[in-house]
Design a protein around this ligand. Structure first.
Ligand SMILES: [Zn+2]
Length: 211
């Protein structure tokens, strides 16, 4: 089965691009975390396995992930957009072996830009509505449109917390980036642009490759 992989740190717009691409190409959008949670919610055989693993605080291991991928392979879809998967080289090997990887897009964002984007987010502690002080302002500064509560910044959206996530992220992903680069399957996308510009860049690149 054909697939496209998207990598990108929080704030890079990875999820949004994955969604738009899946709609444009008629592919399924697979976010592994969401898929695992869905299996748990539906109480499937896999779901109960995942629940057991999570309840003892362990990471979901590759076997479970491979079972999931096998079930995806049986779906009757034109292709898959993987959002934030694979996470390890073992998973990447599996993916390359069983799927036809069309391209891997790395949405490249500087730490400075990520901090700017993430630290401009605000959330309502009461109803969980999301805002952004640049791009999605509330009608009254600092007040929730829905319920009138004072907006807050998430505790993990501080520059220090973002810096820590950045370091962790690159520690986890630089090997994967190298892996796909060696296979000639990596395209770096400048993610410090608008959603539309990033989307067009990816589409242009895909059509140049004949997809
Ligand atoms: Zn609210």
């Amino acid at each position: 089965m054909q697939c496209i992989v998207l990598f990108g740190i929080q704030g890079s717009g990875k999820g949004t691009q994955a969604k738009r691409l899946s709609e444009a190409l008629g592919y399924s959008h697979i976010n592994m975390g969401d898929l695992l949670r869905d299996h748990v919610a539906r109480n499937t055989k896999l779901g109960s396995k995942v629940e057991d693993i999570i309840s003892v605080g362990a990471l979901v291991d590759d076997h479970v992930i491979f079972d999931l991928l096998e079930s995806i392979l049986q779906d009757h879809v034109d292709g898959i957009i993987f959002d934030g998967f694979p996470r390890t080289i073992v998973q990447a090997d599996y993916l390359v072996h069983y799927f036809e990887v069309q391209e891997v897009y790395f949405l490249d964002l500087s730490e400075e830009e990520a901090i700017k984007r993430i630290s401009s987010r605000r959330v309502c502690p009461e109803c969980a509505a999301n805002y952004n002080i640049f791009s999605k302002k509330p009608k009254v500064d600092g007040v929730c449109d829905v319920c009138g509560t004072q907006l807050e910044m998430r505790a993990d959206d501080t520059p220090e917390a973002i810096h820590r996530r950045f370091e962790q992220y690159f520690e986890q992903t630089h090997q994967l980036i190298d892996y796909f680069e060696d296979l000639g399957l990596l395209y770096k996308v400048n993610a410090a642009r608008s959603e539309q510009e990033i989307f067009e860049d990816i589409r242009d690149h895909l059509s140049k490759k004949g997809y």
